[in-house]
Structures are given as C-alpha cells and as structure tokens.
Design a protein around this ligand. Structure first.
Ligand SMILES: [Fe+2]
Ligand SMILES: [Fe+2]
Length: 277
C-alpha cells in the first residue's frame, strides 16, 4: 500500500500560509485506491479551517479513529460531524471516562472528551469501540490498549480520573494507528501516553513485525522524565526507523534531543506536514 499522511491540526504551523495552530493533533491518511481515514480531530478550533485551506474535503471521509479521550484529540469530533456529516468512529471504550490534570497546587482542569456520547451520536457518530488490536480497513490497524511493560515508561504523572487527584489515570485507551506500506510499517501516534517503546513492542508482538519505516505524531516525551527520553532515543536508533516526524506533546527540549541524535531521520510534523510513502 502507498499512502499520503497530512497533518491537519498541530500546535505549530509550517510555511503554508493561512493555516492555524492549536494544542492538539489530527492527521488525514489517504491510501492509494482505498478510503481515507481521519486520525484524531484536534480541539475543534482548526480542523475544518485547515482542511479547507489544504483542499481536503472531510465530507468525503467516512471513517475517523480517535487515539484517546483527551480534548485535544477528540474535541473536533462534534464540529466535524455537524459540518461534514455522519462518520464511523473507531476508538477504545474508555474514551468517555472523566479525565483531569491536577497541578501540584491542587488546581484541576478537565481534559476529557468535551462532548458526551449521546451528543456525538445525535450529530451522526456511529461508534465502533474495542480495546483490542484490529484491522479497521485493508492494511490499517489500531493497536488497541497497549500493555505497559517497560519499567522506565511511567507516563504522565499529573493525570487523574477525579478532580481531587486521588485516582491516577494512565490513559488505558491510548492507541496508535499502524499502516502496512510497501516500505514497512508507518505508525501514527496521538499522544502515545502508553510510551513509544511499549507501543512498538506491542505492535511487534501482535504483528511479528519490527520493520518500522516511519513514526509520526505526538510522543508525549515532553511530559516524561529524562530516563524515558534517553531510553526511547536509544530504542529508536536500534530499530533503524527511517523517519521520525514528531509533534504535539513531544515538546521543544525532547525534540531538540532527538533532532541531535537522529539528524537524518528527525523532522517536526507541523500543520501542513505531508508524508508520502
Ligand atoms: Fe495530546
Ligand atoms: Fe493526551
């Protein structure tokens, strides 16, 4: 399979005039000869605008996958349905759980899905939910929930299921998209709360494949410790990934580190970034 991936929502914009940035992520996957798939929807402020600017007609996209139930990936779903018609929405059943970021001073902010299931269904969402690895279209797979196996990927410690900060949330619904292309696997990440090494280990265990051609999306390394960053960089170098197009929750410092270690492979995937495989 050959395909094109276009970043429609991201924290930063590239050189394409008239596009807008927001904290979030969305990418349009267009496989040659197959139906397109929208992976994530951003917060909702830029998806439709940026898609229009890039001549991407989201009314013709019938399938959407949501990486996890955070506002910056799922917030664009309702405006998308309202403006572009009904969609089948693939996700993990835990996307509707309550979510909070609780700061050290006790302040909390809700970061879950901004619209509930009933409102989304009334607007035309047909949810297809599963926690398992599965093929959602020819050559397109969702990882399902990712087992947390490594000792160093402890994840983001500021996330909770309650606003009081008592029940930690390790975002079990976090999943990535796996695309089987002629050059190897292309992995599209939402936030990768599960950890990049855990995610790639899980993909290897269910597919038997470690031939990863490209990784694109949010790595969440900007919210994790130095040990996780160092070990992740070492792992990616060992794997021999040809392209690492990081964005969103990767953060400047982790991006700079990866850029210096993977000079040929590293790129920043801003709004308008396109990967053709
Ligand atoms: Fe995110
Ligand atoms: Fe997230």
């Amino acid at each position: 399979m050959s395909l094109r991936i276009t970043v429609l929502c991201e924290n930063s914009v590239g050189s394409l005039s008239g596009t807008l940035g927001e904290h979030g992520f969305a990418a349009l996957v267009e496989p040659a000869g197959e139906e397109p798939l929208l992976f994530d929807t951003g917060q909702g402020a830029t998806l439709l605008h940026n898609a229009r600017r890039m001549n991407k007609d989201l009314a013709t996209v019938r399938k959407v996958a949501i990486s996890h139930g955070h506002y910056d990936h799922a917030g664009g779903l309702l405006p998308l349905l309202q403006q572009c018609g009904p969609k089948t929405v693939y996700a993990h059943p835990d996307i509707f759980a309550p979510r909070y970021r609780v700061k050290d001073n006790g302040e909390s902010v809700s970061i879950g899905m901004p619209h509930d299931r009933a409102a989304l269904e009334a607007a035309g969402a047909r949810f297809d939910l599963s926690p398992e690895f599965r093929e959602i279209a020819p050559g397109m797979f969702l990882t399902g929930g990712v087992p947390r196996s490594t000792s160093f990927e402890i994840g983001d410690q500021g996330l909770y299921r309650d606003c009081g900060g008592k029940q930690l949330d390790n975002t079990p619904d976090d999943q990535s998209l796996v695309l089987a292309t002629g050059k190897g696997l292309v992995i599209v990440l939402g936030c990768c709360h599960a950890g990049l090494v855990n995610t790639l280990d899980h993909i290897a265990s269910v597919t038997g494949r470690r031939d990863v051609h490209a990784i694109i999306g949010g790595t969440h390394l900007g919210f994790c410790g130095q040990e996780q960053l160092e070990k992740t960089v070492t792992f990616i170098k060992t794997l021999g990934v040809r392209k690492l197009a990081a964005s969103h929750c990767t953060g400047f410092s982790a991006a700079a580190r990866m850029s210096s270690e993977l000079q040929k492979e590293f790129q920043v995937a801003m709004v308008g970034y396109t990967l053709e495989v």
